[in-house]
Design a protein around this ligand. Structure first.
Ligand code: ZN
Length: 423
């Protein structure tokens, strides 16, 4: 059964295509891209952007262990609703994915229950304890696409260096969650004027920046690739920029909340504005935007971190860190970066598809004859209001409720199958 997507504005960052074309899908592959194509079924994409299925390098699907927050099945439906056809799942589940058996379980669950492509990461150290390395070669052979102790940094520089060397030898990139917890372990929000006024313990920017610098230095020593997760401060952007100029093999990501919100979002003690790294200040938001525009920041990730309502419906010190992000990421990119002219629509698509795929060498994120039939159709002008109750995710913890945004996913196709369609 073939499917033709007609008259859309095809944007493929890999080839530099940005023009009105038809895309013909046959089974799980793209059969042709051109004009006047016909197929068994037709989708009219007039007025819509047709781009590679979006790719997110950083999601928490909570399976195994915390299925009340999210499962691979519900997470994949949230992803499809947000235009994503590929995600990299983090390994800080319960138990953590630090051995081949647990990884195989996740891969099997993904095969049985996910409507999108799940690319699992695995832990770099056993129990994510930062002491003993995992069997990375075996984890890679089973299907891990990266190693990470996300949720925590590796405290010992000696262990971190060995992890980077061994991961690189195994052909795996280490995804670094950069945080020096010895500086403060009870912080709730960014340390600054607002935290002082609200009387809440602060998380200094240096907590992140010290480890961004250290981890990049160690990657340089090891000659290894490193990907810095969720950068949030102006100086972190600057550290990455300078490392890239020196030739260190570093890439990095940021998340939509770091260019849309500041620590002032905590004014009402909203637990949905509590995340780690925390929301920063206007100067950081500006630097994140600059980094996205000039290429210092390689890609957009969501750090989709579902939590049950009851967990977030508590006093702010007791609430867990994190927000869901898959169903608002594209709209926040269009509304806050493309519409104001920070980046082009083409760059936005690149940051959410081809660029993240390149970071981990995933064989997705592009539209080409013979390539994967993973396609997202969205209306870049459509205005809508974020309604968490309509999310497909099992959790609704978002600080963007009731926000009016532009850019709406109309259909998501994975392996040639329509996995989400509006109306
Ligand atoms: Zn993290």
């Amino acid at each position: 059964m073939s499917l033709v997507i007609k008259n859309g504005h095809v944007i493929d960052p890999a080839s530099g295509t940005s023009e009105r074309l038809d895309v013909l899908l046959d089974g799980a592959s793209v059969a042709e891209i051109g004009a006047g194509l016909e197929g068994d079924e037709t989708i009219d994409a007039s007025g819509l952007v047709v781009c590679p299925g979006l790719v997110d390098l950083h999601v928490h699907f909570r399976e195994p262990g915390q299925e009340s927050k999210e499962t691979i099945a519900t997470g994949s439906r949230a992803a499809a609703h947000g235009g994503f056809t590929s995600v990299v799942t983090m390994a800080n589940t319960d138990p953590p994915i630090d051995n081949a058996g647990t990884l195989e379980l996740v891969i099997r669950r993904a095969k049985d229950t996910s409507c999108i492509k799940i690319w699992p990461s695995a832990c770099a150290t056993k129990q994510r304890a930062g002491k003993e390395m995992t069997e990375m070669a075996e984890l890679k052979s089973v299907g891990a696409v990266a190693v990470t102790d996300d949720g925590d940094d590796i405290v010992s520089s000696w262990v971190m260096r060995r992890v980077l060397e061994y991961a690189d030898m195994c052909g795996l990139t280490y995804i670094a969650h950069c945080e020096d917890k010895s500086l403060c372990d009870d912080g709730i929000m960014n340390e600054g004027y607002v935290s002082t006024r609200l009387g809440l313990p602060g998380i200094p920017k240096a907590m992140e920046e010290i480890m961004v610098e250290r981890n990049i230095r160690l990657a340089g020593v090891a000659g290894a690739r490193i990907h810095i997760a969720h950068i949030s401060t102006a100086d972190s952007v600057d550290i990455v920029r300078r490392a890239k100029a020196r030739g260190v093999k570093v890439t990095c990501e940021t998340a939509p909340h770091y260019w849309t919100l500041t620590d002032e979002a905590l004014e009402g003690f909203d637990t949905n504005a509590k995340m780690n790294p925390p929301l920063r200040e206007a100067v950081d938001v500006a630097a994140i935007k600059e980094g996205l525009a000039d290429g210092t920041i390689d890609c957009i990730a969501t750090d989709h971190a579902p939590h049950a309502f009851t967990e977030k419906d508590v006093e702010i010190p007791l609430a867990p860190f994190g927000i869901v992000g898959l169903e608002t990421s594209l709209a926040l990119t269009i509304s806050e970066l493309v519409e104001p002219g920070v980046i082009t629509l083409e760059r936005a698509v690149e940051l959410m598809s081809w660029a993240p795929a390149q970071v981990l060498d995933l064989p997705v994120g592009y539209l080409k004859k013979g390539g994967p039939a993973d396609v997202t159709l969205f209306d870049p002008k459509a205005e809508w209001t974020v309604c968490p109750e309509l999310f497909h995710s099992r959790s609704h913890n978002t600080p963007f409720a009731r926000r009016v945004v532009r850019g709406q996913v109309k259909a998501t196709i994975c392996c040639g199958q329509i996995i989400y369609q509006s109306e």
